[in-house]
Design a protein around this ligand. Sequence first.
Ligand SMILES: [Zn+2]
Ligand SMILES: [Zn+2]
Length: 358
Amino acid sequence: MTQTAGAATPATIPETMRASVLTDIKTLSIEQVPTPPMASDEVLVEVAAVGVCGSDTHYYRHGRIGDFVVTSPLILGHELSGRIVAVGEEVLETRIGERVAIEPQKNCRRCRECRAGRYNLCTNMEFYATPPIDGAFAQYCVIRTEFAHKIPDSMSDEAAALLEPLSVAITTMRKAGVTPGSSILIAGAGPIGIISAQAARAFGAAEILVTDLVLERRERAVRYGATRVLDPRETDIATAGLDVNAFVDASGAPPAVMSGIKAVRPGGTAVLVGLGSSEMSLPVEQIQNLEITVTGIFRYTDTWPAGIHMVSSGAVELDSLVTGRFGLEHAAEALESDVDPNSLKSVVYPNGYQQSNS
Ligand SMILES: [Zn+2]
Ligand SMILES: [Zn+2]
């Protein structure tokens, strides 16, 4: 059986689309912008659901994250799912209609890091919603065909969008070396901490300790796989004898990093995921004398297939993380919803909210 590569069907694609554009700090406006042009190896995706990430909120409030500065209007949003509505000439036409989760990056395939298989560290990376590359608070987006991952019918649009933060957690577990029977300490019970706790369980961790200052967030961690939760104001994490294989910081708080590394056993690993201070003190003696590996993570490489399996097998559950649903015109409210301690994940629906799983 032969399948022909398909040409885009321009008749069905509107020339412009609605997008929520960040035009200034804390200023979003709904604009009619050109539908992004599709390269021959790309697909055009009608966006279904977009999760709001801490980085989106940071750009919205501060106009920058470290060296990444918003200098011109920017469309936010990089955690998304949708449906392929058109394909470039090199892509099989049979992909049209597929429901997909988007891995929101485009590496160059040519630089040293790409050639070494670390495409997350590509020096020419174009990543959604990172200036000057637009994200997905819009009706359509384009992505290279291999980064539009087909999802099963059983998976909701929301869960498919949240495969992005799950990918962060999978990368974290890989870096932390979590294997069946491991013990892990996670600081911070926000979205990444909660999804990391679930990922740790899926990776076979036996002990999953989660710390957070807020009671409601600790209680939530228990519902998502924590075997024990700790309030760092009541328990001195550094001296409590936790003796874990791995520590994951999902808080960005310097005291949590300091005490968390001190809770790691000899030869263990600390992974710094949380965005906080760009510089902080570390317990160097501990790191030296116990040969602790301290590392960060930057996005992900080859995590969507694992994430799709983890969700469809039930090992990880993402749907219940959604605490707020917003239309495109309410994207600002979605970005500001993190001030409510009960809010965990807000989702924006650029084409309106509709029941997924068609
Ligand atoms: Zn994110
Ligand atoms: Zn590259």
